[in-house]
Every structure is written in structure tokens, then in C-alpha cells.
Design a protein around this ligand. Structure first.
Ligand code: FES
Length: 153
């Protein structure tokens, strides 16, 4: 079944098409390899009788949606208060050094995307780093080289 057909079926579960935008974008993102290229946005818009601009406005608001290709491994460093007090900035700096990229970007080979993220709910185990949505706890800057080596293996 095409993505458009799946979204039209999904739409029937909601009172109005705007209510179905988030699950439709999520579905489209899953079907398009983890990001929302212009074709995916058009599919969602067409299936929900909305404009592509409206769909982009929603997708660009939420961190969970990606309008550019993501790396095969996504590393997100929590930089909220508890993690910040436990050295999250140093952890982030260490990932930038080890990966050779700035936060908010993807390595040229497409292997890694590095970013920051809001509180992951593990404040008691700061600093928390999400790697492909799996949380590493009590991460220190000195742990980062080993984590990257492990991920590259
Ligand atoms: S502040 Fe980092 S997990 Fe809550």
C-alpha cells in the first residue's frame, strides 16, 4: 500500500485532517528512511488535503521530524539543567571533536548526526546521551572517545 493510501486510511481515524498531521508525518518519515524529503511532504499534504507549507510548518516545529537526511547513527546529548550541571557541554564538545562535526550536523559519510536534545527524563543519571534513542547514563567527556570507537566498530 502506498504511503498516500496509508495516510488516507489513517485520516479516517480523526475528526479533521489537521488532527492527522503528526501521525501522517511520522508514517511518511518512517517510509522515507528517517527524514521528510519534499516528496514525502507532498504525499502527506495531498493525502490530507492540506498545503505542503502547512505540513512543513508542523514538521519544522518538532525535533522528532527531520527535513534533512539523518546519519545512520544519531547521537543526541541532553543539555538541560541537570545534565548541564554534570558536564553536558564538555560531553558535547568531546563528541564534536571525536566526530569532526558540529552539533546540529551530519558527517559527510552519512555515518553520524550529532545534536542536542531537551531533558530525556534521566536527570538523576546525568549526563544522558541518546544514541539511536537508547540512553547512555552518567556519560562523562572522558567516555566519549570510547563510545565513538565502539560505534565505528
Ligand atoms: S536534564 Fe538531562 S536527562 Fe534531564
Amino acid at each position: 500500500m502506498s504511503v498516500g493510501a496509508q495516510i488516507r486510511r489513517l485520516r479516517k481515524q480523526y475528526p479533521q485532517s489537521t488532527s492527522a498531521v503528526l501521525p501522517a508525518l511520522r508514517l511518511a518519515q518512517e517510509q522515507h528512511g528517517g527524514w521528510l524529503p519534499p516528496d514525502a511532504i507532498r504525499e502527506v499534504a495531498d493525502a490530507l488535503d492540506l498545503t505542503p507549507a502547512y505540513c512543513v510548518s508542523i514538521a519544522s516545529f518538532y525535533d522528532q521530524f527531520h527535513l534533512e537526511p539523518m546519519g545512520r547513527t544519531v547521537i543526541e546529548v541532553c543539555t538541560n539543567v541537570s545534565c548541564a550541571l554534570s558536564g553536558a557541554q564538555e560531553v558535547l564538545n568531546a563528541f564534536e571533536r571525536e566526530l569532526g562535526i558540529d552539533a546540529g550536523s551530519t558527517s559527510e559519510d552519512g555515518a553520524f548526526t550529532l545534536g542536542t536534545i531537551e531533558c530525556l527524563g534521566g536527570c538523576g543519571w546525568a549526563s544522558v546521551v541518546a544514541i539511536d534513542n537508547r540512553h547512555r547514563l552518567r556519560v562523562k567527556a572522558g567516555d566519549v572517545a570510547g563510545i565513538v570507537e565502539e560505534l565505528r566498530a
